[in-house]
Write a protein that binds this ligand. Structure first.
Ligand SMILES: [Zn+2]
Length: 203
């Protein structure tokens, strides 16, 4: 158990001795009852399961069409990369780059790094390059904007529905599921639990 002091984020109580986690591995502030952190392998395995689920959903979301349109008997559909290619052809390469970076590349890198860190930690081993990768994870997080993409697509679909029959593609459901999984992952993610697992793991 780590002996580093912990400051409660609700009441600022500084705990000089590590509190004992309850049966769920949750450490609570003795003054206000706020959750300080989650410890133990269960939390890491839960994070790993969410990470793998998110990676699968991200893969499926980029394989299948996001949306399809029926215009006067003609059917067209597009994937994220298809939309980015069209934006590139329409002389908006910055928008195309931002679309691919914030919707595909950054979430892919973030989830891959998280899986790289969690797989060894769950089996009690230290991941290679833990410190720089963990820091890069913190830097990349604000640039993953799947929820902004979903919002943009939904607004566009509402506007397009007046001009054509709009068909939701498989990818839009995958992106919706991905958004929910990432929200749960973000809530359950506790950087202190990863550092503690790293401290206790064998080299
Ligand atoms: Zn407190």
């Amino acid at each position: 158990m780590s002996t580093l002091p912990i400051a409660c984020h609700e009441c600022d109580l500084l705990l000089h001795k590590a509190e004992v986690p309850d049966a769920r591995g949750v450490m609570l502030c003795p003054r206000c009852g706020a959750e300080l952190c989650r410890v133990g392998p269960d939390n890491l395995q839960f994070l790993l399961a969410l990470t793998c689920t998110a990676l699968i959903l991200l893969l499926l979301a980029n394989l299948f069409p996001v949306v399809g349109l029926n215009i006067q008997g003609h059917h067209v559909d597009t994937t994220v990369f298809g939309a980015a290619r069209q934006l590139w052809r329409d002389d908006t390469p910055i928008v195309a780059g931002l679309l691919v970076a914030t919707t595909v590349l950054v979430p892919l890198v973030e989830l891959s790094v998280l899986a790289w860190l969690l797989f060894p930690l769950c089996s009690g081993r230290r991941p290679v390059a833990f410190v720089p990768l963990f820091r890069s994870l913190q830097l990349a997080r604000p640039w993953a904007m799947v929820e902004v993409f979903i919002l943009g697509v939904l607004v566009s679909l509402v506007k397009l529905s007046h001009m054509a029959d709009v068909l939701l593609g498989t990818a839009i459901w995958c992106f919706g599921g991905l958004m929910l999984v990432l929200a749960v992952l973000s809530t359950a993610f506790d950087h202190r639990a990863l550092w503690q697992a790293w401290e206790e793991a064998r080299v």
